[in-house]
Design a protein around this ligand. Structure first.
Ligand SMILES: Cc1ncc(COP(=O)(O)O)c(C=O)c1O
Length: 437
């Protein structure tokens, strides 16, 4: 099929080179467990959970049945305006906040992670307008961050090429160019770990900064930010009156074997963004969870104006029903410890593969959010292009993966079986062996 005959235009893909280099797309027609089947009858093991969001595999009956039941009783609804939120959405919000650290207590619903990271930054700015700190509008985001796309979300994402070609974008976002430390010893901490962020705040002027946004585990490097680093960051921002926003679109809802990464911190950020796994990828669902003091300050604002951010399908009852079913699964006895154990098992298998092929390096990440380093004979990490090309070879070996610079992301669903892990590692190792051999 030639480019011009193809009606689908992928989100972030240059279609010409994509179709020339990869050949025709494979059209998925069915899925069960970890596996997908295309229109030509080929089977693939999905090691990327679609777009890191299908956290319970493709045949989770509990979620499917909850959605079907909801479809029968109230198939649509909204929390965008008016006095009639769907009951299931109200119940879902209550169930969700009960699983998050206090004082994160109020939920704004949306459909995508990008919508909600943008909403978080806008909400911080709106709060400043309403509370009289009208100079505070700069948002600081961290090195290599991915926070989605959109007028403000693209600005928050640290990919300069996206900024160049999406220009003009929001001009009040600053990126800290130094990556967070890989380790951090709380006993020896002098606070220097957050110095690059504090320097950025100082250079803008603390009185002009409204928020700092961070991903607890980078979806680019797959290196988790040390807990003490994040705690220090939150404390230092709070001291300066700056909001902290944790973007847990990928890490939240089970991916790191916990409901949220921030639950392990001694300090709680002011806002938390969730997405992807919230509905196990069965419905477009994302959430911005806000601390009570922000909600209280805006409940009776000096100007009679609600936060002007929302869309028709926010709080959709089918998404809420899916979300409630996912929470039931995540909170079932032993579920999250099992994710942790299965993740560790997968790491062990990858370590064994690394013994056999030195190009397969160390495994980064946490829970079921893993990135395997790929290294040349001289120890250099592979380029983004090489990992991208390896992804194509993996596909030939029946394995669907993402790609990142120097690391191959492996994010199968949370309940992936031991056999499927074994199959994943075998196919991956074969693809690495075949690549440039
Ligand atoms: C950390 C993070 N934030 C935000 C987003 C954007 O979410 P969405 O693609 O649902 O708009 C993503 C998506 O990959 C993400 O990983």
């Amino acid at each position: 099929m030639t480019n011009s005959e193809y009606a689908v235009w992928h989100g972030l893909t240059p279609m010409g080179p994509h179709l020339r280099e990869n050949g025709p797309d494979l059209f998925l027609v069915s899925g069960a467990g970890s596996h997908l089947e295309d229109a030509a009858g080929r089977r693939y093991l999905d090691a990327r959970s679609s777009m890191w969001n299908v956290t319970l595999g493709y045949s989770c009956e509990t979620v499917k049945q909850a959605m079907t039941r909801q479809l029968d009783v109230l198939p649509s609804g909204t929390v965008m305006r008016y006095e009639h939120p769907p009951q299931v959405t109200v119940d879902y919000a209550a169930a969700l906040v009960a699983l998050l650290p206090q004082p994160l207590r109020h939920v704004r619903f949306g459909n995508t992670g990008s919508q909600m990271t943008e909403a978080a930054a806008m909400l911080s700015r709106f709060y400043r307008r309403m509370t009289g700190e009208t100079d505070r509008h700069t948002v600081i985001a961290l090195h290599d961050a991915y926070h989605g796309t959109g007028p403000l979300a693209t600005a928050l994402t640290d990919e300069p090429i996206l900024h160049d070609y999406s220009a003009p974008i929001d001009g009040h976002v600053v990126h800290v160019s130094t990556p967070p430390p890989v380790t951090c010893d709380p006993d020896a901490c002098t606070g220097e770990c957050v110095r690059p962020v504090l320097d950025a705040i100082e250079s803008v002027g603390a009185e002009r900064v409204t928020a700092v946004m961070f991903e607890p585990v980078s979806g680019t490097s797959f290196l988790p930010a040390p807990e003490h680093y994040l705690e220090t960051l939150i404390v230092e921002c709070r001291r300066r009156g700056i909001h902290t926003i944790a973007d847990e679109v990928t890490t939240g809802a089970g991916r790191v074997a916990a409901m949220s990464y921030v639950e392990r911190l001694a300090e709680v950020p002011d806002m938390l963004v969730l997405g992807k796994g919230l509905s196990a990828g069965y419905f477009p669902l994302a959430a911005l969870v806000v601390a009570s003091d922000i909600y209280e300050a805006l409940a009776d604002p000096p100007v009679r104006l609600g936060f002007p951010n929302g869309s028709t399908t926010d709080g959709h009852p089918i998404g809420a029903a899916a979300g409630l079913a996912v929470l039931d699964i995540l909170t079932a006895d032993g579920f999250l410890p099992a994710v942790r154990r299965r993740g560790a098992e997968l790491v062990e298998m990858l370590d064994a593969a690394s013994q056999a092929d030195p190009r397969i390096g160390a495994v980064r990440g946490i829970g079921m959010m893993l990135g395997v380093e790929l290294r040349d004979a001289d120890g250099q990490l592979w380029s983004l292009r090489d990992v991208h090309n390896l992804r194509g070879v993996c596909r030939e070996y029946g394995l669907l993966t993402s790609y990142a610079s120097g690391v191959m992301p492996l994010l199968p669903h949370l309940t992936v079986s031991t056999d499927d892990c074994r199959e994943l590692v075998e196919r991956f190792a074969k693809a690495v062996a075949a690549y440039r051999s």
